[in-house]
Every structure is written in structure tokens, then in C-alpha cells.
Design a protein around this ligand. Structure first.
Ligand code: RP5
Length: 152
């Protein structure tokens, strides 16, 4: 898969490790920043960059790393067409893909060990969307995204 990846200052170290690991698995990883230069970086522009790569088809999936991952999840889900999931474990990674057809994975660098992050990413990349009732709910979410706030 073509994966766009980014991290703020909290996630740079984990991003470097994850990028090497994903590349070793055969994925093409596009590192959108930030970098290990000691800079404190704002995560919203990094999130927007990764998400736009996905929305415009330059990447199949996105991965964003932050401290808690909370702000990144909020930011990513502001981009039309993005379904970003903050996953702390393999179970939530399976739900994020299987139920939500997430196209961006958010990881919390301050919480996860590198090994856990790899396991979560692997599960998230490998799990297929289940469709069915979940597609109906994604269609409802898409209506929310279009501003149709009062759903039947
Ligand atoms: O490290 P500071 O700048 O305090 O906070 C940034 C973090 O706040 C959280 O929403 C994000 O996960 C981001 O990594």
C-alpha cells in the first residue's frame, strides 16, 4: 500500500521506526514530516497534509502519530472524506477498519510501545471493511459531513 505518514514532536521517534518497519513489509511510505530536529510542531497542518494525500488519491491510507493522538483525530476528521480512528490496541484497530472503513490511523506515541504500534498498524492495514449495516452507518456519517445534521 501507499501510506502517507506524519508526526508532531511527540511522535517523530515512533514514526521513524514505524516507517522503516512498514517499508520492510513492502509498503511505500511517504514521510510528510515532522522530523527529528527538536522542533515543536503543530499537528493540524501535518494532519491536513496526510489526509489530503489520501483524499486526492496520492496515498491509499494515512497514519498520523501524536502524543495522545486526540488532537490529531479531531483535526483529521475535519477533512471531508476522512474517517480517522485513534487506536490503542489491536481490537480497536479491527473495529476502525472493519466497522468504520477508516482511511487514517492515529497512534498515541506517549502511550504505545513500538511493538504495540507495529501490531496495531499491521492489524489496521490488513483488516477489510465488513460492509453491510456498517455501510449504512457510513452513509449516515457522510450525510452529517454534508451538513444534513437532522437524520431520520
Ligand atoms: O506536546 P504538546 O504540544 O503539549 O501537545 C500536543 C499533543 O496534544 C494532543 O492533542 C496531540 O496528541 C498532540 O501530540
Amino acid at each position: 500500500m501507499r501510506i502517507a505518514i506524519a508526526a508532531d514532536h511527540n511522535g517523530v521517534t515512533l514514526k521513524v521506526r514505524l516507517t522503516a518497519w512498514l517499508t520492510g513489509l513492502g509498503h511505500t511510505v511517504d514521510d510528510r514530516g515532522g522530523y527529528a530536529d527538536g522542533a515543536v510542531t503543530d499537528y493540524p497542518p501535518l494532519c491536513a497534509d496526510v489526509c489530503l494525500q489520501v483524499v486526492h488519491g496520492a496515498a491509499d491510507r494515512g497514519i498520523v502519530l501524536g502524543g495522545s493522538g486526540l488532537g490529531e483525530t479531531v483535526a483529521c476528521n475535519k477533512i471531508r472524506g476522512i474517517r480517522a480512528g485513534l487506536c490503542h490496541d489491536v481490537w480497536s484497530a479491527g473495529i476502525s477498519r472493519g466497522n468504520n472503513d477508516a482511511n487514517v490511523l492515529v497512534l498515541a506515541a506517549k502511550v504505545l510501545t513500538p511493538e504495540a504500534a507495529e501490531l496495531i498498524a499491521a492489524t489496521w492495514l490488513e483488516t477489510a471493511f465488513k460492509g453491510g449495516v456498517h455501510q449504512r452507518r457510513l452513509d449516515q456519517i457522510a450525510r452529517l459531513e454534508r451538513g444534513e445534521a437532522a437524520l431520520d
